[in-house]
Design a protein around this ligand. Sequence first.
Ligand SMILES: Cc1ncc(COP(=O)(O)O)c(C=O)c1O
Length: 369
Amino acid sequence: MKMDGVLKLYFGESNLPTPDYIKRAASKAMEDGYTYYSENAGLPGLRQDLAAYYRRVHDVALDPQAEIVVTASGVQALNLGIRCLLNPGDEALVLTPVWPNGAAIIRMDNAIPVEVPLPLCGDRYAVDFDALRAALTPRTRLLLYTSPSNPLGWVASDAEQDGLLAFARRHDLWLVADEVYDRLYYAGPSLGTPAPSILRKATRRDALLVTQSFSKTFCMTGWRLGWLIARRDVAEKAAQLNEFVVSHATSFIQRAAQSALAHGEEELLRMLERLRDNRDFCLDALRRLPGVTVPAPDGAFYVFPRIDGLIDSFAFCWKLLHETKLGIAPGVAFGAGGEGSVRICYAAERAILEPAMERFARFLSTSWD
Ligand SMILES: Cc1ncc(COP(=O)(O)O)c(C=O)c1O
């Protein structure tokens, strides 16, 4: 953080600022008096708009009063939701490599995360259902997966979604789906089509909890706003529990988020075009390098190249940073299956990505190990 001249590709956010219309909506909301306490589950108007957004974007019908809880970020949605589901000593299956906060939250609840890696099968990561079955114990209560995935860019296929839902139903588990990157998806019939939500397959009576965020889709990382969707008994508990955590997300930010939902599609499309170009540029540059395997990510904004012979990704990234001033994230940070790879965030401008890929290639051509 303190070094000058570092090309920073270790962050999990776009370098685009929050669009002006959202900033203006927040100012107006403050002027309009959205500076008081509001409902624990979020402004009713925002929950209604979220339900309308799901109908429009995912073709899913939700009850805004009973099935949606607004939270102060995606990570708070995970925290609140998981806390409602686990007792101390319970076990939770977590598909890895993955952003580590889910497993950390499980530990904070005095429960035990059991990591089950997604193996790389050919040019695609895939769910290993045999490994999931083998990891079950009588204490297993929950299965957490992230699709689109940070750091893999993996998106659960139709068959994998069916399989995960059937597995959860058969073994009486809660299925927790982190879908914060659903709009950053490049494999749909057209850009802007979301990654299919598990909500399309599940019924509202299923033991399902989906966590979501305004951070990635609307470039609102610093605003701290998200939501969760859950079966109504758990949604009700989550809203009650929120009283003792943050009470509710900031009122004027919730109001600004209503504008994001109403007017965000054009900016989103522009960002997606840019991200897809960046992804293709990075894939092309990385695939030229000997000893590097990199599956094409279908979603999010990361590539996760695997490097032959890499056994200490932390040391690799440290040396890369100090010798070339390129900052990327070590794969080991993302749990089981992550060692041997590194994560590169490609949501930066080309003027950064181009020299970054050059530095990476040059470093790999030296005796880095
Ligand atoms: C997979 C995943 N889930 C959730 C989040 C949380 O997003 P936020 O707390 O900014 O809403 C992130 C952020 O990087 C993420 O990568």
